[in-house]
Write a protein that binds this ligand. Structure first.
Ligand code: ADP
Length: 367
């Protein structure tokens, strides 16, 4: 019984019935008193009509009673028929409302069990249509998240496989006596282990960036000086590579940003410029105002980027040349996310392969 009284259908029917009963009782009371007084007036007219020759008291009493009885019976039948019609109509309309709700409920259960593809048909009622629309949008969003998750796992597995296979190959070779335990073999194994370590570190930064869990500790900082410091820190690492770095700060660039995160962006971009340059090349860092933005561009004379890869390089794990030196293909993904968290962006241009490239970081100037 409790289940029935708690059901929405029961409550909707009950509330419809309540309205109908109130309407019927009000109509009955009103029509009873009105019909009575109209009938009295009619009787009085008849009694006064000389053509009728007046009416005896007994006759008029009989008429009054007859009218009251037939009115009562007609009213009772009308109430019963009305109530039956009201139950039918309210059940029908309640079911019409509840059916789409039931569909939404089934859809949310499907979502909970991981089935995101099925869409709910949109009902005609505006409010229910909005609800169905929202549930469909939720399904689509969850589907995209799931797709990204599956793709990420496949990509991570792929990235892990290469260094692990190489390490395993060297170890088995050493055990079987195929390889001599030379310094070269150990160095190659150590390189792959370092690669795995870097991948693990990059993945943890990436997952924090993708979850939006990077918290910015902002302060008023100069974007040009952050870029210059990052370049200075990298210089010793590339001292022997014969690729000089020149830094030109044309304007002060005050921005509200997280100095550590912005340094991470420039370390990646300047580091790439040096990594993808050949001896005899040059890297130039220019800091200047561009309208309401602070812009720092890092230009190198290195290997350049094919036009079709200019956007792809910002996707995680993308590396234009998998055999080239370099890292995990995650650095630019994180750099762009950090710049976007600062309402800015990182973009790349290149005249083509072999002709160098320019990466530009733009962040809104502090007002
Ligand atoms: P990685 O760790 O591989 O450098 P990034 O995300 O920083 O990862 O860069 C992704 C890819 O973009 C690189 O593998 C490389 O192919 C390309 N790239 C980045 N910077 C440069 C550059 N300055 N010149 C040429 N190619 C670049």
């Amino acid at each position: 019984m409790k289940r029935i009284t708690e059901s929405l259908l029961f409550r909707l029917v009950l509330s419809h019935l309540f309205v109908v009963v109130v309407a019927v009782v009000a109509t009955a009371l009103l029509s009873r008193s009105l019909a009575g007084s109209f009938f009295e007036a009619h009787l009085a007219d008849m009694g006064a009509d000389p053509a009728m020759g007046g009416m005896s008291v007994a006759m008029s009493e009989g008429l009054r009673k007859g009218f009251a009885d037939s009115f009562q019976s007609a009213l009772s039948i009308a109430v019963l028929v009305g109530a039956a019609a009201a139950i039918l109509a309210s059940t029908f309309s309640a079911i019409r409302v509840l059916r789409p709700l039931e569909r939404v409920r089934r859809a949310t259960r499907r979502l909970a069990s991981g089935l995101y593809t099925e869409q709910i048909p949109i009902p005609v009622e505006t409010e229910l249509a909005a609800l169905a629309h929202d549930v469909n949008a939720l399904g689509e969003a969850l589907e995209k998240v799931e797709e990204r998750r599956v793709r990420l796992i496949a990509e991570v597995a792929h990235e892990l496989r290469t260094p692990l296979t190489t390490i395993q190959g060297y170890m088995e070779g050493l055990l079987d006596g195929v390889f001599e335990p030379t310094e070269e073999v150990f160095a190659a194994t150590a390189r792959e282990a370092t690669r795995l370590q870097r991948l693990a570190a990059d993945l943890s930064s990436l997952s924090r960036a993708e979850e939006g869990a990077i918290e910015l500790v902002t302060a008023r900082v100069d974007l040009g000086s952050i870029a210059a410091e990052a370049a200075n820190r990298l210089r010793p690492q590339f001292e022997g590579s014969d690729v000089p770095i020149e830094v030109r700060r044309l304007n002060d660039l005050p921005v509200d940003g997280d100095p550590d995160r912005l340094a991470q962006v420039f370390t990646n971009i300047v580091g790439n410029a040096l990594t993808y340059s050949s001896p005899g090349g040059r890297v130039e860092v220019v800091a200047q105002r561009r309208g309401t933005k602070a812009a720092v561009s890092v230009t190198d004379t290195g290997r350049g980027i094919a036009p079709e890869h200019l956007e792809a390089i910002f996707e995680r794990f993308f590396r234009a040349d998998r055999d080239a030196p370099g890292g995990t293909g995650i650095g630019l993904t994180i750099a762009r996310r950090i710049a976007r968290l600062h309402q800015g962006d990182v973009t790349a241009t290149s005249p083509g392969l072999g002709h160098g490239s320019t990466f530009t970081v733009e962040i809104p100037l502090a007002g």
